[in-house]
Design a protein around this ligand. Structure first.
Ligand SMILES: Nc1ncnc2c1ncn2[C@@H]1O[C@H](COP(=O)(O)OP(=O)(O)O)[C@@H](O)[C@H]1O
Ligand SMILES: [Mg+2]
Length: 265
């Protein structure tokens, strides 16, 4: 599969989002999946330029920590700054101010290559738009990040198949993604994230537009990831997710880019 990458712009774009541009050079060792993770943010802010205006998407007062074994739900209506925070925590974007540390190391000064390494070594994503490669099979989509992880897994195919089974798509592993329904594609995105067995799992609106049964499956699998030892951070405005008992360790509600309330944890 690796040799095909150079010719496929869609594959390159997806890999760039997950990992940054690929470089064959020696890479820092990936921490073991079981190693505890600690993320700490302090006075984080993010402003955007929109023409001559400055849009403040996020201004967080004080510190906040995210740890292994927890499910943190970031709640709030649309435009409240949830995705902005997830993009920073996922090392996809940089804040305009404040501090952001993973395992005590400052992430603010990292180059885009450094951020890509943080993603590659630690983070699995369930993107709101799926971020799948349409003209590839379910199995190849799930395998893609495993093939390009810094520690190429000898058992990548078994892991990918197990994740596809877990999202109840075992019978469709060889189907092309563009032949699947919206809900099925979403589950492929989840299988791709689960197969990584990453220390940090970031999910943007993981149950939006899903039926109740599929939503329950998604929540169960995300909770299981936290029980495995992952730090799970979920942004959502879905009432089913927000009301689900035994799902969130902590719910942080945003309004206008600020924390309105914190429940649990
Ligand atoms: N690239 C951007 N340029 C300008 N404004 C942006 C950009 N991205 C987000 N925003 C603004 O920041 C605010 C928070 O957006 P977002 O984090 O996507 O909210 P949510 O995920 O809670 O719906 C919104 O007002 C949005 O319009
Ligand atoms: Mg959003």
């Amino acid at each position: 599969m690796t040799s095909r990458v150079a010719q496929r712009p869609d594959i390159r774009a997806t890999l760039h989002r997950l990992f940054g541009w690929l470089r064959p050079a020696a890479e820092p060792a990936r921490p073991a999946c079981s190693e505890a993770l600690h993320i700490r943010i302090d006075q984080l802010s993010r402003h955007y330029r929109s023409g001559r205006d400055r849009v403040t998407a996020l201004t967080l007062a004080g510190t906040m920590s995210f740890r292994s074994g927890e499910v943190t739900v970031i709640a709030g209506r649309s435009g409240s700054g949830k995705s902005t925070l997830l993009n920073i925590l996922g090392a996809l974007d940089s804040p305009s101010g404040g501090e952001f540390q993973i395992d005590g190391g400052c992430c603010l000064s990292l180059s885009s290559w450094g951020k890509a390494q943080v993603r590659r070594n630690n983070i699995a994503f369930l993107f709101q738009d799926g971020g799948l490669i349409e003209r590839m099979s379910v199995l190849d989509n799930v395998l893609l990040p495993l093939r390009f992880c810094s520690d190429r897994h000898a058992n990548a195919v078994e892991r990918a198949r197990a994740a596809i089974e877990a999202v109840e798509l075992g019978g469709k592993a060889n189907r092309l993604v563009h032949c699947l329904s919206g809900g099925e594609r979403h589950r492929v995105g989840l299988a791709r994230a689960l197969a990584r067995e990453a220390r940090l799992l970031i999910c943007d609106e993981p149950t939006a537009a899903l039926d109740a049964t599929t939503s329950e499956l998604v929540l169960r699998l995300l909770r299981k990831e936290a029980e495995r030892g992952a730090c799970v951070i979920v942004a959502s405005h879905d009432p089913i997710l927000l009301k689900a008992s035994h799902f969130a360790t902590r719910t942080i509600t945003f309004e206008g880019g600020r924390v309105q309330s914190i429940e649990g944890g």
